[in-house]
Structure formats: structure tokens, C-alpha cells
Design a protein around this ligand. Structure first.
Ligand code: DGY
Length: 419
């Protein structure tokens, strides 16, 4: 094994807190939803039992209505804001009250495909399947109550791409007033120049206050929020997860469940089609409050390829857009169009390269007949991690690692890319 793979395995082991993995020590001291899905895939390359455990621990946070919260607070920590008191939810263990991109069914399927013939894989997958199904039903009921084919994201944290320029226009209408005092801890761990700004946090917490005030009731949240977006990443990840859940349903589910999932797949496929933005040459978010498309290209807009939801023409155009970006930065894939005035190569989701995005984008490029571009994205990802270590993210202009160090999901992707 190369040093880099040994380091990646050691990173996952070091961030293990007893069956669940923190994204990184101190900055993120709990279990995060989509982080853990990638972590489970990473563990599947060398410790299948531990990979199942990661998923099982995340599901301990699932709510009765099917919501899979974005954070499960398994053990207390003062290193993070906002903690359980700010969320004020009633679940045990404590959780946040919003969600994150639903990668979990895709991770479970990958793990099952790897482990199927070994150990107790059949029984463990059979136990997980109903929770995944309940979660996908929640997405439709809570986030697409009018059955438009697109699920809504109600908080930038739900997208996982907190300060993406895709949210700038919509976030401008979110008040900066909060009833919760803001006590940021992240900027004590990380250079503030790499993190969201103060005004972003005021708006993030305003939204949390707003949802707590309606007791985390999905219908009331949907109606009350001043931020309601159709995110191309969340919708594409959900569509891909539904496709993976359908494969699992053929083994673990019933015929009516398969038909139900197929119905949601048809709806989401049509919905994502409406996010194609010909001016940008990618899929872009749409503001569901005033029905306005976002006009800035971000890496989220490449994930329709991962969901196999693109026409031949759209795939070719999206690949050309990405090739254009490659002419402006040394490493793919910058999270924001490097020609955009919003591009900031070191500030979190406004420019840096994220390994998990690269993994999904490369899968999507392969699936849409762009193997050379897929290989380029994978090679850049490996080069970045091998030079800088498993950092949280990377500067696309010079490859410098940034954000948190010894980061779990980056390590997980390094392991997946070796397989
Ligand atoms: C954070 O705190 O930065 C997270 O992205 C929110 O989940």
C-alpha cells in the first residue's frame, strides 16, 4: 500500500468515535449525514463491518417521519456551534432538524455490492433497507408536497454547500436578525478567510430560529421559510439514490415498493430536466419562492451526470463547460466557475475543489461517455490528496490544501479512487 492509502485508512481510524466517524477533530465533532455516507464507502475498502456500523449509527438519528438529520450529536462537545440547545429538537440521541444530500442509499448499495457474499451482509442490508425507503418517502412528502418532481432545500446547510454563490441572491432576502446569540467556534479552528462570512452565519441562524419556532413541522417549515431552493446537487443525488434503492428493493422490497420508487425516479428525472440552464451550460438551482433560475455555474451543476439524467446534447455541453473551467485553473473541479466574479479559490464552497464532488462528477462523466475527462478529474483528485494530505478542500489554482486537516471524507475518496 502507498503512504497515501495508509494515511487515508489511519485518518478514518483516528476520526472513529466508536462506530461513527467525525468529519475531522474539533471543527466537526459529531456525525454528519452525507460525510458518513462517503465514510462508509471508504471503510468498505478495508473494513466492511465498520462500514455497516457507520450507516447503522447514522440511522440512530432518523426521525419517526423518515427525516435523516444533517447532524447526530452522539456525544457532547463545546467545539461546535450551533449545538443541540440551539436546534431544540426532541430526538434521542439529539440531532439537528434539517437534512443533507441523500447519498446514503448509494453508499449502502456500494457496500452491499462489495460485501454481499460475506458475513452478515444480507441481514444488515435487510435491516437498513426500510429506513432508506422511509427516508426517500420523507423527501417527497416533506420537500415536494405539490409533486413537482423537484425537492426543496430549505437551508444552505442542507445543500452541504453552505456559502455557494448559488444561494447569494436568495439569501439576500433572509433577515440577519437572530434570537439565538451567535457564538461561532469554526473561526477559532480555521482561518476565517476560508469560512463563510459573519453575515452568512446571521442568516443561517435566522433560518434555524425560524424552523425551531414552528417546532420542526415539515409543512410549517416549508411554508414559513424565506429560503426555498431547488438544488441541482440534492435533486441529482436523490435521483441517483432512488436508482440505487430500486436495485436494493428488487432484493429486499416488495413489488409495490419497486413501483413506488420507479414513480419517484420518473418524477425526479423530469424535474431535473427543468433545471438545465442553456446560458450557463450546466444545471443550475432555481429559487422556488420567485421561480427564478440562478445564473452562476457551480460544481453542483454537474451532478445530473451522476444521476444519469442528461441527454447526449446536455452531457456534451456540460463537458465543454468543464473543459472551459480547466483552462483557468490547475486542478479540477473548482466549486464555482473560475471566470465568475464570485470565484474565491480558498473560501469554502465559493471556489475550492472538494474530493467528494470530484468522485461523483467523475462517475457521472464516465456514465455519460466522457471517460477522458473522468480520468482527468480522478487524476487531479489523487494528485491533490497525495501532495497535501486528506485536507477538507483544495485551492484549484495552486493545489494548496485548506480548511480542516485529516478529513474523513477526503480520506474515504482517496481509498475509493485506489480501487
Ligand atoms: C458547518 O457548520 O460548517 C456545517 O457545514 C453545517 O453543517
Amino acid at each position: 500500500m502507498t503512504d497515501s492509502l495508509t494515511d487515508a485508512q489511519a485518518t478514518l481510524r483516528a476520526n472513529d468515535r466508536g462506530g461513527y466517524t467525525v468529519p475531522t477533530a474539533r471543527l466537526y465533532p459529531f456525525q454528519w449525514n452525507w460525510d458518513s455516507a462517503f465514510v462508509a464507502m471508504g471503510f468498505s475498502t478495508f473494513d466492511e463491518d465498520r462500514a455497516w456500523r457507520e450507516i447503522e449509527r447514522l440511522l440512530q438519528g432518523q426521525w419517526a417521519d423518515g427525516l435523516l438529520p444533517h447532524i447526530v450529536f452522539h456525544a457532547p462537545s463545546d467545539d461546535y456551534f450551533p449545538g443541540p440547545d440551539t436546534w431544540g429538537t426532541t430526538h434521542t440521541p439529539p440531532t439537528s432538524g434539517i437534512t443533507q444530500p441523500p447519498v446514503l442509499a448509494t453508499a449502502a448499495r456500494l457496500l452491499f455490492d462489495t460485501a454481499m457474499h460475506r458475513g452478515d451482509a444480507q441481514a444488515r442490508m435487510a435491516a437498513i433497507y426500510p429506513a432508506l425507503l422511509r427516508n426517500h418517502r420523507w423527501w417527497q412528502q416533506a420537500r415536494d408536497p405539490r409533486r413537482t418532481g423537484l425537492v426543496a432545500t430549505l437551508h444552505p446547510w442542507e445543500s452541504g454547500m453552505d456559502n455557494s454563490p448559488a444561494w447569494d441572491r436568495a439569501m439576500a432576502r433572509v433577515p440577519t436578525s437572530t434570537s439565538t446569540p451567535i457564538r461561532r467556534r469554526d473561526t477559532g479552528h480555521i482561518d476565517p478567510a476560508m469560512r463563510p462570512r459573519e453575515v452568512d452565519y446571521q442568516r443561517f441562524i435566522h433560518l434555524v430560529d425560524c424552523f425551531r419556532a414552528v417546532a420542526w413541522d415539515p409543512a410549517r417549515m416549508f411554508a414559513a421559510t424565506p429560503f426555498r431552493m431547488a438544488d441541482p446537487a440534492t435533486n441529482a443525488i436523490l435521483l441517483r439514490a432512488e436508482q440505487d434503492l430500486l436495485v436494493l428493493a428488487q432484493r429486499f422490497g416488495t413489488a409495490p415498493e419497486q413501483a413506488e420508487i420507479a414513480g419517484r425516479i420518473a418524477g425526479l428525472s423530469a424535474g431535473i430536466g427543468t433545471l438545465w440552464n442553456n446560458r450557463v451550460g450546466l444545471w443550475t438551482a432555481r429559487d422556488l419562492i420567485d421561480d427564478t433560475p440562478v445564473e452562476v455555474g457551480t460544481s453542483a451543476g454537474l451532478l445530473a451526470l451522476f444521476a444519469r439524467a442528461a441527454s447526449g446534447e446536455q452531457s456534451a455541453r456540460a463537458a465543454a463547460t468543464l473543459t472551459g473551467w480547466a483552462g483557468r485553473v490547475r486542478f479540477l473541479v473548482p466549486s464555482t466557475d473560475p471566470a465568475s466574479p464570485c470565484f474565491e479559490p480558498l473560501r469554502y464552497w465559493r471556489g475550492p475543489v472538494w474530493a467528494v464532488m470530484n468522485w461523483m462528477i467523475a462517475e457521472g462523466l464516465d456514465a455519460s461517455g466522457q471517460p477522458e475527462l473522468a480520468a482527468r478529474v480522478r487524476a487531479d483528485t489523487v494528485a491533490l490528496i497525495d501532495a497535501a494530505g486528506p485536507m477538507e478542500y483544495f485551492d484549484p489554482t495552486d493545489g494548496k490544501g485548506a480548511g480542516g486537516t485529516a478529513f474523513s471524507w477526503t480520506a474515504a475518496i482517496r481509498l475509493l479512487l485506489a480501487n
